[in-house]
Design a binder for this molecule. Structure first.
Ligand code: MRU
Length: 366
């Protein structure tokens, strides 16, 4: 079995040097497995914004370690927390992780702990979130696999997924990908259909990488080929993640999710969202209130290809123009799927189905 992926770690050099946050640089995958060392909050914010570290649960963990980093360095923790929380607006886990670590730091300060004690409290909170996420992954995989068995009773699942939701986004096995991996390990996965996920190709670069390492049967497709797969009856379930789930059950996830939900409904295919309860945000009332990150048009008008030679940290090396110079591009990073198109939400606490404000509240608040 391939070595487990460690997407992020806190490193305290044995020579007594300053601690750092070490990331597996996701902009360089699958060509190169290289680490990116973040020694301060600005470096970590750059890594978050360039998607060297990405995916909702991992962003929360990274944000919490970022606060710990600021505290250890003696930086202004509140200011660092604000900058970290704002680095990407849609994935609510980022702000959640940041505020949890900041809260632990403040509580320790108020309790009279000195700088080191308060920094230790922030770090302990980051470590706790990291470990919690690993446990949540395992529970989501169990619940998701059971649900697949109920919805697709003949087994031999052909599962379509979008973006990347595996160990690269988590302290554990991930969210939706962990369900597919559990199906594979139980001998029930016939096919993982991997959407390439334009424009940044998280499916092609990252999900295909993880599926290949795990020995899962998988096939890559362009996003616009998904419709023909449904039309040909080759999808038993859509299983994907979420970046924010509003109080009414609306799901923000990687752009391209909503069209899959519409396709799934038309073709009567179960559409499952897998996310930890930390992705549910009751302070966002509905889908229209979710801030959708808009990214640079160059991600659409150019192909950026990860390439080992000549690339710097957090950067893809080679960009090819695919549109005439000056072309305007529309590049939302996420879209919002209304709850009525979601068959079920799978969390570490169990399953909400149908997905409504009430079923969410019952699952998350109980
Ligand atoms: O822009 P990204 O790559 O951070 O987007 C990630 C996604 O949309 C994932 O599907 C989502 O975070 C769920 S990951 C468990």
């Amino acid at each position: 079995m391939a070595e487990e992926i460690a997407a992020l770690r806190w490193d305290e050099p044995s020579d007594g040097g300053a601690p750092v946050v070490v990331l597996l640089d996701q902009t360089r995958l699958p060509v190169d497995e290289v680490e990116l060392v973040c020694a301060d909050v600005p470096a970590l914010v750059r890594a978050i914004q360039t998607l060297a570290v990405r995916g909702a649960p991992l962003l929360g963990i990274a944000g919490a370690y970022g606060v710990a980093l600021a505290a250890v360095r003696g930086d202004d923790v509140d200011q660092a927390a604000d900058v970290l929380a704002a680095a990407r607006p849609t994935a609510v886990n980022l702000a959640y992780g940041v505020r949890k670590a900041q809260g632990a730091f403040r509580a320790a300060v108020e309790a009279g702990d000195g700088g080191d004690g308060a920094a230790g409290a922030a770090l302990a909170e980051a470590r706790r979130l990291h470990a919690d996420d690993a446990r949540a992954s395992a529970r989501m995989a169990e619940h998701g696999l059971r649900l697949l068995g109920e919805l697709v009773p003949r087994g031999g699942y052909r599962v379509l997924t979008h973006c990347n939701t595996g160990a690269l986004v988590s302290g554990g096995g991930g969210t939706a990908f962990a369900v597919a991996l559990a199906a594979h390990r139980s001998g029930e996965l016939r096919q993982l259909w991997v959407d390439e996920t334009r424009p940044l190709l998280q499916g092609a670069r990252l999900t295909a990488y993880e599926a290949g390492r795990a020995g899962m049967p998988h096939t890559l497709l362009t996003d616009n080929a998904a419709g023909s797969l449904f039309a040909n009856g080759q999808v038993d379930a859509v299983v994907l993640g979420a970046d924010r789930i509003a109080a009414d059950g609306s799901v923000a996830n990687k752009v391209g999710t909503y069209p899959l939900a519409v396709l799934a409904r038309y073709h009567r295919v179960p559409f499952l969202v897998v996310a930890p309860t930390t992705t549910v945000d009751f302070s966002t009332p509905d889908g229209s209130a979710i801030e959708v990150e808009q990214r640079a048009g160059g991600e659409v008008t150019e192909f950026s290809v990860p390439h080992a030679a000549g690339s710097g940290p957090g950067q893809a090396a080679v960009a090819y123009a695919v549109a005439p110079a000056g072309t305007q591009a529309y590049n939302p990073a996420f879209d919002v799927t209304p709850p009525e198109l979601v068959t079920a939400l799978v969390t570490e606490r169990g399953v909400a189905s149908p997905v409504t404000g009430d079923s969410l509240a019952e699952l998350v608040v109980r």
